[in-house]
Write a protein that binds this ligand. Sequence first.
Ligand SMILES: Cc1cc2nc3c(=O)[nH]c(=O)nc-3n(C[C@H](O)[C@H](O)[C@H](O)COP(=O)(O)OP(=O)(O)OC[C@H]3O[C@@H](n4cnc5c(N)ncnc54)[C@H](O)[C@@H]3O)c2cc1C
Length: 397
Amino acid sequence: MTRTPLTIAVIGAGIGGLTAAVALRQAGFHVNVYEQATELTEVGGGINMGPNAARILYRLGFGDALDLEAVRPASTHQRRWQDGRTLQRAPLNPRCEELYGAPHLTVHRADLLSIIASGFPRERVHLGHRLVGLADKGDSVEAWFDDGVRVMADLLVGADGIHSTVRTVLLGEEAPRFAGCVAYRGLVPAERIADLGLPIGSQSWLGPGAHFVHYFVSRGRLLNFVGWTEHDTWNREDWTDRATVARALAAFDGWHPQVGRIIAAADTCFVWALFDREPLPRWSVDRTTLLGDACHPMYPFMAQGAAQAIEDGATLAACLVAGGDDNPAEALRRYERLRRPRVTRLQDMSRANKIRFHLPDGPAQMARDAEWETAGDRSPEALRWLYGFDAGELPGL
Ligand SMILES: Cc1cc2nc3c(=O)[nH]c(=O)nc-3n(C[C@H](O)[C@H](O)[C@H](O)COP(=O)(O)OP(=O)(O)OC[C@H]3O[C@@H](n4cnc5c(N)ncnc54)[C@H](O)[C@@H]3O)c2cc1C
């Protein structure tokens, strides 16, 4: 006798929630997604997709669309803030594919979200539904929304981001902490900076209390940049009220001319405050679990937040295929057991990089630069544990 597939409610249609929805649906489950926004959007510009996440997206069937829209950076290049001296440089493509069977991509967030959304039935994405509460009913979960709608599902997945309501309901209130870092983000049409002759690669400039990253997205038509600077306080009104291109230029005053040229070529620039949370002791309670930034937000200094959310979806689907019919709550606990050590390691590494990338000029910075000259720790070979990992394969099966 064939069983009725489990029904799964995914809360949040960001990169994590939608990838999980596609993976779960392809695994045979009956999935609905509930999103508070009235349209599917992603704010901000680009995103780095390591081969660990690209592998999953290709497997889910998004290879052709990614090959069209994303960019394959040839290298990653770390440089010194003032004189542009090379601190480290490593090949990315085609090396990643040779080593790990998947490329390293840089992609516009909006392109990525629409590619993933194309793999899921539009009528199963319920927009304008802000989850306000949920309750475990023993053999199901009930969820309710601000518009009065109530739904039942066998399982519920909270993919509702760093300010997750699902997390608060499951584990209690805990406000995220301002991480003392602000990002200026912008997109520049490639023709405006053509004279710089930038290679199709990713560059990071490291200086005292700040770093600046840029790479191409959208078929190479746009250069995405993010400039991180340290600040003691964050006040939304104060920041959003200002002309931020001028403010970004001031923040990187005195840096290598290439940095200033890129910022000045942007029409507009967004400011983004970085928030943080401590790693959680658990993600799952009964028939509800968490995924992505809802349970493991991380500083973007390993460029792995979205990548790990994508991995979560692949592992969750594999755990439910392996044991969901017999004991769904145990399958969720297994998913969490498999995922937590890896994301906690990345949370820790990302935090450490905030200090490492922002060292003031002096002995510690010189020691870091000397180490980087020989270590090559950003190379695909050195990141085998990260890039070579397949989150869709369960150990012991
Ligand atoms: C400047 C910057 C650069 C970054 N660069 C990279 C990078 O290069 N590589 C990388 O892998 N990661 C990067 N990250 C991290 C990455 O952006 C996040 O980790 C990722 O987007 C998290 O995805 P998510 O789906 O878990 O959450 P989100 O993208 O936050 O999605 C959550 C969704 O849930 C919805 N929602 C929230 N509450 C409710 C509710 N109550 N009811 C219904 N819906 C709700 C929201 O509207 C949203 O659509 C970067 C982050 C920043 C800030």
